[in-house]
Design a protein. Structure first.
Length: 461
């Protein structure tokens, strides 16, 4: 790719784990993108992404900036004589909007950047998008769009009315493995798709980290598990098959992480618990082992800003991440199945479970001329017409979690969206407003089905 004459300028709303991931991509591609503003109420988090931007401009790697252990702001001192970037910090997205209004009143464009990434918590997506779209920003928003159908439609209406470039971080659409699966389906070798079986093995420790102890543990403060975690998967099924999900039925519950499942003698916190050494959900084992073997990466980086063992122990002593998994205020499901009828014929099933290794998604696609068996890295294709079996490599090996670029999806969505902004070509964006809305509506219908114990039709819009 020919480098852009001018890098795309980016404002970041939300500097938590996901925001830092996208900011890291920006810092690693200074010829293509440049961070010019960050909005987050936490000064420490803002400082981390500003340091990445400054370090990149000074010729240092983004990885060095984060791994050095320096306090936020220290990177401002590196690179004597370097022309350091100007990154404006805001305490919230409202201040970013106000700055845009002030710029327009002064005769400017009303924008501080070419594009905005909205990476706030699930329930804090709609309002910034609705406010920023009329200012003309291209907007990339973390999934889910919003926690309700009405709010999702508000987002789509706002971006359509403004005519801005828009994308959702359905990162699975951008994985090299997904490219492989979709290319097989689109080639016609499988014939007409009749059935899809798709499994998401969340992993026992990942579920405990994010959905029992973490910020996505409660529907009241975040969103249902199917929306927070597995909206990726229903969206993926829609994308690879090219068929809208028309009807759903779903079952699932919070089976295990409940007070009545608590073993006798268990303490309220892992650090005080005599059962901790043999508990599958031991917090010290997860976080301290990760710190000792790999350093303060995800998920350790989520529970504390500290980079040493004492800081992690303090977090386990004082935060929700050290609580007993049977004594939390969690209410999201730990297992769920969704049966789907696809528009135009065919069916799909999806299973999400906490009780597994954290592993790649597993998929089987059955067609009239052949079938595909995918393990997240490779696909095995059987052609019924001649009995031949072909194995294709997806090109990405390793984990598919937040510590490993989600199988190439995190970098893929950034590459595509920045390319779309730079070229003015929206075809690079695979997860636009209407497609994402349809996937979200399938999730909401599945949740309605689960609660009402009935089959539910999915609206097209």
């Amino acid at each position: 790719m020919t480098p852009n004459p001018q890098p795309v300028t980016v404002a970041l709303v939300g500097a938590g784990n996901r925001g830092q991931t996208y900011a890291r991509w920006i810092a690693e591609h200074p010829d293509r993108a440049r961070l010019v503003a960050v909005a987050d109420p936490r000064s420490h988090q803002r400082g981390l992404v500003v340091d990445q931007a400054v370090a990149a401009q000074a010729g240092l790697s983004a990885a060095h900036a984060l791994a050095s252990g320096a306090e936020p702001g220290a990177a401002h001192a590196v690179g004597p004589g370097a022309e350091l970037p100007q990154v404006t910090e805001f305490a919230g997205w409202q201040d970013l909007v106000a700055a845009g209004d002030a710029d327009r009143a002064a005769g400017g464009t009303g924008r501080l950047a070419d594009m905005v990434i909205v990476a706030t918590q699930d329930r804090e997506h709609r309002d910034p998008v609705v406010a920023l779209a009329p200012q003309g920003y291209a907007i990339l928003v973390e999934k889910p769009l919003a926690p309700s159908p009405e709010e999702c439609r508000d987002v789509v209406d706002a971006v359509e009315a403004s005519g801005v470039l828009f994308g959702v971080c359905h990162v699975m659409r951008y994985m090299p493995y997904t490219d492989l699966v979709k290319s097989v389906v689109d080639s016609g070798v499988l014939g007409e798709i009749v059935n899809v079986q798709h499994l998401e093995p969340v992993g026992w420790w990942h579920d405990a980290h994010s959905y029992v102890r973490g910020p996505w543990r409660s529907e009241k403060t975040s969103s249902p598990m199917l929306l927070a975690k597995s909206s990726h998967d229903l969206d993926w099924i829609r994308y690879v098959t090219g068929k809208r999900i028309a009807t759903v039925a779903s079952f699932g519950s919070l089976k295990h992480f409940r007070p009545e499942e608590r073993p006798a003698g268990a303490a309220d916190r892992c650090l005080d618990c005599p059962l901790e050494p043999t508990c599958p959900y031991s917090a010290p084992r997860l976080y301290l082992t990760t710190l000792r073997e790999q350093g303060p990466i995800w998920p350790v980086s989520v529970i504390t800003d500290a980079t040493d063992e004492a800081g992690v122990v303090e977090a386990l002593r004082t935060t929700d991440y050290g609580r007993c998994v049977y004594d939390s205020d969690n209410d999201v499901v730990d297992h769920q199945v969704v049966a789907m009828e696809l528009e135009g014929g065919g069916a799909a099933t999806f299973t999400m479970t906490a009780f597994s290794e954290q592993d790649h998604r597993k998929t089987q696609i059955f067609g009239t001329h052949g079938c595909l068996d995918g393990d997240g890295e490779k696909v095995r294709v059987t052609d019924f017409r001649d009995g031949s079996v072909t194995v294709h490599d997806g090109g990405h090996h390793g984990a598919t979690n937040a510590a490993d670029d989600h199988g190439g999806g995190d970098s893929g969505v950034m590459d595509a969206f920045v390319r779309a902004v730079a070229t003015g070509d929206p075809s690079h964006v695979r997860s636009g407003a209407v497609e994402s809305l349809q996937s979200h509506l399938a999730v909401f219908a599945a949740e309605e089905s689960r609660h009402r114990r009935t089959v539910v039709d999915v609206p097209a819009r």
